[in-house]
Design a protein around this ligand. Structure first.
Ligand code: PMP
Length: 306
């Protein structure tokens, strides 16, 4: 399926036509993976398009760059402004936003010094990441044979291009086994996250999620769901989760910009709770889907209206 396009992409401060947003084959990051990126969503609300936690995403991009020693040529404020300009220019209503900072063309060999740091922002329409049905029915998962990259090897809190080979291997392995998504354990054998999602379980009414020390990406949806849970008097605990805890959980779900809040119905052939979206998942998911549409006054500050 070909991707849906829009007329324009932002590259290094300029708006260029979608079909002209090209790079050289000797782009440094293409070879060695030292680039950082973000995934952000824009939602169509009654007050027009709004970007969910735009500044937090651009700040994480800056943090990711810092962790790999890359100097961002644009500030967080400039990146936010550019994103909103691009949305307006494309008359865009709703979809996905992909900022990326990478070492460009000019030098080969591992050391990036001598290669420019280039930055781009692309946007395109994108629906439910794990399928339209996934929101209520949930997804079937498999604990991957691939372990999540380890924080002693790379700074795991950064969102780095090259890291995603780990995610690709896990997802491909899961779909090849007839599952919708993978769950990765860390090298200690505890649950880490999905290939592009954080994970939560519910046990006896308590919401449990692995701590950042499990080597996960500090998800912005994760943080938002934890806040929503606390605001609704649902107890939240960050602690290590074993595969056995997962199998025995009452409910489980993924969070992420692409996946939003997606229930998990089955793991390794074992039904989780009732085998579809559970009541606490539904409650959190409903608030989340309302708030991104601008229908929850309390969380309006998380929306950046274009
Ligand atoms: N973990 C990984 C590995 C991811 O790629 C993502 C998506 N950025 C997430 C978790 C979820 O993060 P967020 O909620 O900020 O999209």
């Amino acid at each position: 399926m070909a991707m849906q396009t829009v007329p324009y992409i932002w590259m290094n401060g300029k708006i260029v036509k979608w079909e002209n947003a090209n790079i050289h084959i000797l782009t440094h990051t293409l070879h060695y993976g030292a680039g950082v990126f973000e995934g952000i969503r824009c939602y169509n609300t009654a007050c027009g398009p709004a970007v969910f936690r735009l500044k937090d995403h651009m700040k994480r991009l800056e943090d990711s760059a810092k962790l790999i020693g890359m100097k961002m040529p644009f500030s967080v404020a400039e990146m936010c402004k550019a994103t909103k300009e691009l949305i307006r220019k494309n008359k865009f209503k709703e979809g996905y936003i992909r900022p990326i900072a990478y070492y460009g063309y000019g030098k080969m060999g591992l050391g990036p010094k001598g290669a420019p740091t280039d930055v781009a922002i692309a946007i395109w329409p994108w629906g439910k990441y794990l399928g339209e049905d996934s929101v209520t029915k949930g997804v079937k998962c498999k604990i991957s044979k691939w372990r999540r990259i380890d924080s002693r090897t790379v700074p795991t809190t950064a969102k780095v291009c090259g890291y995603y080979i780990n995610s690709i291997l896990a997802s491909e392995d899961a779909t090849a086994s007839g599952c919708d998504e993978a769950i990765l354990l860390n090298t200690q054998g505890n649950v880490a996250e999905g290939p592009g999602e954080n994970i939560f379980i519910v046990k006896k009414g308590v919401l449990i999620t692995p701590p950042l020390s499990a080597g996960i990406l500090p998800g912005i949806t994760r943080k938002s769901i934890m806040q929503i849970a606390k605001d609704n008097k649902i107890k939240v605990v960050e602690k290590n989760i074993t595969p056995a805890d997962l199998y025995k959980s009452d409910e489980a779900f993924f969070t992420g910009t692409a996946a939003e809040v997606t229930p998990i119905s089955v793991i390794d052939g074992k039904k989780i709770g009732i085998g579809r979206r559970g009541p606490i998942t539904e409650k959190l998911q409903t608030i989340f889907y309302d708030l991104i549409k601008g229908k929850e006054k309390k969380y309006l500050l998380w929306l950046d209206f274009v």
